[in-house]
Design a protein around this ligand. Structure first.
Ligand SMILES: [Zn+2]
Length: 218
C-alpha cells in the first residue's frame, strides 16, 4: 500500500469511527483509574444494604449506596485524609484519597475522627446512625456511602461545610459525583438497578449475586 493510499484508508477509517465526520484531534484527559476501595465497614459479618441510589434518592447520578453492617461501625474505605463537613446540625465525614477520589459517610453518630486526620483503610469513622447534620432524611441506622471525583470539576470547592444536604446531593453531585455502578468495593462489585434503591452486589471471586435491597455476608 502506498503512503497516499494508506493515508486515504486511515482517513476513511477515522471518518467511520467518528460517525462520518472528520473531527479535529482534541486533547482528551487520561481517564482516572478506578479507585482501590474496600467496603465502608469490616468484613466477616452480615450487612443489610438498601441498594444503589442517587445522593438525594430521587434523581441525578447514582453515586450512593446504603449499608447497615451488623456491628454498626462505619470505616474508611481506603487510606486518606479526613475532611469533616460541618453544618449547624453537626458534622459528616468525607475522606480524600489519592487521585482526587473522595468517599462520603453520612448519618454517622459518635464520630471518632477529626478534620485533617490521616486514616488507614478500615479506620473506624463513627457509628452508623440517623444523624441529619445538614438535612436529608433517614429511616434506620445506616451509612449513606457516596463516591466522588474531585478532579472532575476542579472549580468545585472541596469544602462542603455549610452546604445543605440538598445542595450537595444536587449541584455538587452533578459536578463531581461518580456512579457506583460497576465499581468494586473490597470483594464485591456493585451494580445499579433501574430504580432508586435497587441493584446487586456481585462477589468478584465467583459471581455470586445478591439482589438489593438485601442482606448478605461479606
Ligand atoms: Zn443513602
Amino acid at each position: 500500500m502506498s503512503g497516499n493510499r494508506r493515508s486515504t484508508w486511515l482517513l476513511a477509517a477515522a471518518a467511520l469511527l467518528s460517525g462520518g465526520l472528520l473531527l479535529a484531534p482534541v486533547a482528551v484527559a487520561a481517564p482516572v483509574a478506578d479507585p482501590v476501595l474496600g467496603l465502608p465497614f469490616a468484613t466477616g459479618q452480615q450487612t443489610y444494604s438498601a441498594g444503589v441510589h442517587s445522593d438525594n434518592g430521587q434523581s441525578g447520578v447514582k453515586n450512593a449506596i446504603d449499608f447497615s453492617p451488623s456491628d454498626g461501625i462505619a470505616r474508611s474505605a481506603a487510606a486518606g485524609t479526613v475532611r469533616m463537613q460541618s453544618c449547624s446540625g453537626g458534622d459528616w465525614v468525607t475522606v480524600d484519597h489519592s487521585d482526587g477520589w473522595r468517599t462520603g459517610y453520612y448519618h454517622l453518630e459518635d464520630i471518632q475522627v477529626q478534620d485533617g486526620q490521616e486514616v488507614a483503610a478500615g479506620t473506624p469513622l463513627g457509628r452508623t446512625g440517623n444523624a441529619l447534620p445538614c438535612g436529608g432524611s433517614s429511616s434506620g441506622a445506616h451509612v449513606h456511602f457516596t463516591l466522588w471525583q474531585l478532579n472532575a470539576a476542579p472549580s468545585t470547592a472541596a469544602d462542603w461545610s455549610g452546604l445543605s444536604y440538598e445542595e450537595v446531593s444536587t449541584r455538587v453531585a452533578a459536578e463531581v459525583g461518580v456512579p457506583v455502578d460497576g465499581k468494586v468495593f473490597g470483594a464485591w462489585r456493585i451494580r445499579a438497578g433501574a430504580q432508586q434503591y435497587s441493584g446487586r452486589a456481585e462477589r468478584v471471586s465467583d459471581g455470586f449475586s445478591v439482589t438489593l435491597p438485601g442482606r448478605f455476608r461479606v
